[in-house]
Design a protein around this ligand. Structure first.
Ligand SMILES: *Cc1c(COP(=O)(O)O)cnc(C)c1O
Length: 403
């Protein structure tokens, strides 16, 4: 497409956008299980208004927009309290989990200051760690998983040496929804004087509320000695619109290593704790609005909806001959496979029935992330899953891909 000579009217261009959008995933109908985290029309209204209110501002220079600085500080401190940060903790907002992870890796690298640094993460860790390692000139060493698909601690420790600046565990990991042995890993890291990052991009706004509901959750947050930083995405189970994540450091002095300061140009002192320069203001506003709207009680209610749906899906998977879960997922993320069927063929039939499940390999699985709004469709889903397993033959060979 070339830039048109004559601009189009808003009516025309919005008609084009609406028409094109019809081919997009129907997340409002609850038929997709990743990328969007639908909760409720009421929450969507809060998000819409917060975004509109800050559509045009720029979060680069907080001195110009003190209301943004205050909201960002409050989002960080509210998140820190949810993650059980001690006094003296500090953090910042970023554009997403990937950027929070990049900042955690940069902080560890610059704090350690060793030549040829390495980081050790389980193979199930999010690709953001590989990306950060690639961007920051760090060697990524991948630890195997144990039989429960959690990080194999012994193997992870065998990869650690004097070059290691960071060890990593997920709470939970994206592929199988299981929590790595954070206590053991973080203790081992602390013993060796190495930073440890808990990736709670997914779990940061789920696990604390599960615990409030009386569920047993393996330790993962800043109450665990040795955990030096945590990433938690407000734009996942915090329900904010995209562009909002938080990194929290146990010790706020580590922010010095996260930041970038520069004054060797004519424009004056330039400081930043993010990858981006100009930053969108609306994600900060959306995160602040949804967090203060929901509070502990609101999040607990959403988590309770999710857990009811998860229980029903797990029961269906357990009762359908030939299907089984991989690992023992702790919250809302499920991966299931089959000993008797081609699980991707099951996925193909589900596609034909209008349900879109992501594929995974090693082990082969269909992947689901349950959101609150899935409670409206769960019985149709489980009926169709039963049907799909009966009808499945040979897979059409759609590859496993995340993006
Ligand atoms: C989504 C996710 C990330 C990356 O977050 P983005 O917001 O997509 O950049 C990192 N870790 C885990 C466990 C995730 O689920």
């Amino acid at each position: 497409m070339r830039l048109p000579d004559q601009g189009r009217t808003p009516e025309e261009l919005f008609a084009t956008m609406r028409e094109r959008k019809r081919a997009d995933a129907d997340w409002r109908g609850g038929r997709t299980f990743s990328l969007v985290y639908p909760a409720s029309p009421e929450i969507d209204e809060v998000l819409t208004e917060a975004n509109l209110l800050y559509l045009f501002e720029n979060a680069l220079n907080p001195a110009r927009f003190p209301s943004l600085k205050q909201m960002e500080d409050e989002v960080v401190s509210m998140t820190a309290s949810v993650l059980r940060a001690p006094d003296g903790a500090g953090g910042s907002m970023t554009s997403g989990g990937t950027e929070s992870i990049l900042m955690a890796v940069k902080t560890a690298r610059d704090e350690a200051g060793v030549d040829s640094p390495s980081l050790v993460a389980p193979i199930s860790a999010h690709p953001a760690f590989a990306k950060a390692a690639h961007y920051l000139g760090i060697e990524l060493r991948q630890a195997r998983l144990d039989a429960d698909l959690r990080c194999d601690v012994e193997h992870a420790l065998s990869l650690v040496d004097g070059s290691t600046v960071l060890m990593v565990g997920s709470a939970p990991g994206y592929p199988h929804g299981v929590i790595d042995p954070i206590e053991e890993l973080a203790a081992a890291a602390a013993e060796r004087g190495i930073a440890f990052h808990t990736d709670a991009c997914l779990g940061g706004f789920l696990l604390p509320f599960m615990e409030r509901l009386g569920h047993e959750v393996p330790a993962w947050d800043l109450r665990v000695p040795g955990v030096t930083s945590i990433s938690a995405d407000v734009h996942k189970y915090g329900y904010a619109t995209k562009g909002a994540s938080v990194i929290v450091h146990r010790d706020r002095h580590r922010l010095e290593h996260q930041g970038f300061l520069y004054d060797a140009w004519p424009g004056g002192r330039y400081g930043s704790r993010a990858l981006a320069g100009a930053r969108a203001a609306s994600p900060i506003a959306a995160a602040w609005a949804v967090m203060t709207h929901l509070g502990w009680e609101g999040y607990r209610a959403q988590v309770s909806r999710i857990l009811d749906t998860v229980a029903r899906v797990r029961e269906a998977i357990g009762s359908i001959d030939g299907l089984h879960l991989w690992g023992d997922p702790v919250a809302s993320v499920l991966a299931f496979g089959s000993d008797s069927h081609d699980i991707f063929a099951v996925g193909d039939v589900m596609d034909d029935l209008g349900w879109h499940l992501d594929r995974q390999s090693g082990p082969d699985a269909l992947h689901m992330m349950i959101s609150p709004a899935h409670d409206a469709v769960v019985s149709g889903f489980t009926d169709d899953l039963r049907r799909a397993v009966e009808a499945a033959t040979v897979s059409r060979g759609r590859e496993a891909r995340y993006s």
